[in-house]
Design a protein around this ligand. Structure first.
Ligand code: IFM
Length: 492
């Protein structure tokens, strides 16, 4: 795409719109023992044979902890207006409670100061999946105390950085780490327990509510929201069973985490399918769990195509729905032992698919982002929305010139940015677009195989090389800055 294309793209967005890149601590930092950092659940999980592809781990990752100055220069050169990163709880409180580990905190102070000097918005997430192991030993997210510990941790970080950081996300993708971590056993801490999963769902809801209040108590002017994985759900056919299953999948996948915070209620189809006591709610929780989030962050990677029956179950992480859909209460009792694999079938890119697929097997469907943005607006009103992650992994390697010519990734982002522009025209109040990810990085249980970055990382030399998509995105960011400058001159 040429510079004029970049200008054309920028022209579709208001001058204050932020173009960003996104990372998370565990996926890029490495240096897991540096400066008093405590152990997290992911180190423990990575030691389980077969847990991570090829037995890989994040002990070095992109070595960002040691190379953050070089990385800041690269981020600045891209011309982005926002950098989304996460703060590692085990660096701040090595055992998940108690006083601040000053050396760990200092790393984020340096990072934030560097971003501000470069005129880039620091946009931290407080929890992107790296729970201190000491808290897991006490029950992890299935234990109610973890919500209180999260609120304490939030207050500590706000006290230290709240004078410099205006906008905060509490969690990244609560539905994903609770499902894969507590029900499916595919992510840390690797539990496979429906009762623990259901408890974790509610503890994370209360951690949001308590964390939100703790943040506002320290910094009433801070903008505090959270980041949710969302995907539009479509019935596979018009059959009533498919439509009913779609409504259920939508409630559980898209609104189980955001719904109680925004409305004070878990989605009704979810409540209908479990015994309320399985959530271990305490008196007063219903009143407390509703909090006026200042923004909704959204990560959308695909759509979900849903069937309400069938004779085969695809190998999907979403068989969660199969299991939950069978947990109907009968006279106040639920039988957790008879999952019906055919009750609800979800096919996204893994099953039926019209679009091309990425190396994750995910169908490329830009309309999904458009639809999610409008459905948030329809349900929750004109709340500001931050697109916190949008991106794709492809099998790719540098050409003879040492550069990755990733036309498919550039096309992916161009189409998704166009989908955001369309959603804004239709009324969605979108503030930003963040590419996932700045760097190729540690993709959790898949290790280093999927490469999501617009910047290639050679894991042997740690050399960073801009892919073609990064060069193109830099043009978009620069065109947006020029446009913002021109608009503000014209307004003087
Ligand atoms: O790498 C992850 C990220 O940590 C959370 N959102 C999805 C990305 C791609 O799988």
């Amino acid at each position: 795409m040429t510079a004029s294309d970049a200008r054309e793209i920028a022209a579709h967005f208001p001058p204050g719109f932020l173009w960003g890149v996104s990372t998370s601590a565990y996926q890029i930092e490495g240096a897991l023992d540096a400066d008093g950092r405590g152990r997290s659940i992911w180190e423990t999980f990575a030691e389980r044979p077969g847990a991570i592809e090829r037995g890989e781990d994040a002990s070095v990752a992109c070595d960002h902890y040691h190379r953050y100055r070089e990385d800041l220069a690269l981020i600045r050169d891209l011309g982005v207006g926002s950098y989304r990163f996460s703060i590692a709880w085990p660096r701040i409180q090595p055992t998940g409670s108690g006083p601040v580990n000053r050396a760990g905190l200092a790393f984020y102070e340096r990072l934030v100061d560097g971003l501000l000097e470069a005129g880039i918005r620091p946009f931290p997430t407080l929890y992107h999946w790296d729970l201190p192991q000491a808290l897991e030993d006490k029950g992890g997210w299935a234990a109610r105390d973890t919500a209180a510990h999260f609120a304490d941790y939030t207050a500590l970080v706000m006290q230290a950085l709240g004078d410099r950081v205006a906008q905060w996300s509490l969690f990244n993708e609560p539905s994903i780490f609770t499902t894969r971590g507590y029900l499916l056993g595919r992510y840390a801490p690797g539990r496979q327990s429906l009762p623990d999963y259901l408890k974790a769902v509610h503890v994370v809801t209360m951690a949001h509510a308590d964390g939100f209040r703790a943040a506002k108590a320290v910094r009433p002017d801070a903008k505090v929201g959270s980041v949710f994985a969302m995907a539009p759900c479509e019935p596979a056919t018009d059959a009533p069973a498919d439509r009913a299953a779609t409504a259920y999948a939508d409630a559980v996948f898209n609104h189980l985490s955001a719904g109680p915070l925004m409305t004070g209620r878990y989605p009704q189809p979810f409540l209908d399918s479990i015994p309320l006591k399985a959530l271990a709610m305490l008196p007063g929780d219903t009143e407390r769990m509703r909090v006026p989030l200042d923004f909704i962050g959204v990560n959308t990677y695909y759509r979900l195509v849903v069937s309400g029956g069938g004779d085969s179950r695809p190998d999907l992480p979403y068989f969660l729905f199969d299991i939950l859909s069978d947990q109907r209460t009968t006279g106040g009792h639920a039988d957790f032992s008879r999952p019906d694999p055919t009750a609800v079938r979800i096919e996204n890119a893994f099953g039926r698919s019209e679009g091309k697929r990425t190396a994750m097997g995910w169908e490329i469907w830009p309309r999904a982002l458009h639809d999610v943005l409008l459905s948030i607006t329809g349900l929750y009103g004109p709340i500001p929305i931050e697109v916190c992650e949008s991106g794709c992994a492809f099998d790719e390697s540098p050409g003879d010139d040492g550069v990755v010519h990733d036309d498919a990734r550039r096309a992916y982002h161009a189409a998704h940015i166009a989908a955001v522009a369309d959603a804004m025209k239709a009324g969605a109040n979108v503030m930003s677009y963040h590419v996932w990810s700045l760097y190729d990085n540690f993709e959790w249980a898949s290790g280093y195989r999927p490469r999501f970055g617009i910047v290639h990382v050679d894991y042997v030399t740690q050399r960073r090389t801009l892919k073609d998509s990064a060069r193109w995105y830099r043009e978009v960011c620069h065109a947006a800055r020029l446009r913002a400058g021109a608009v503000s001159l014209a307004e003087r």
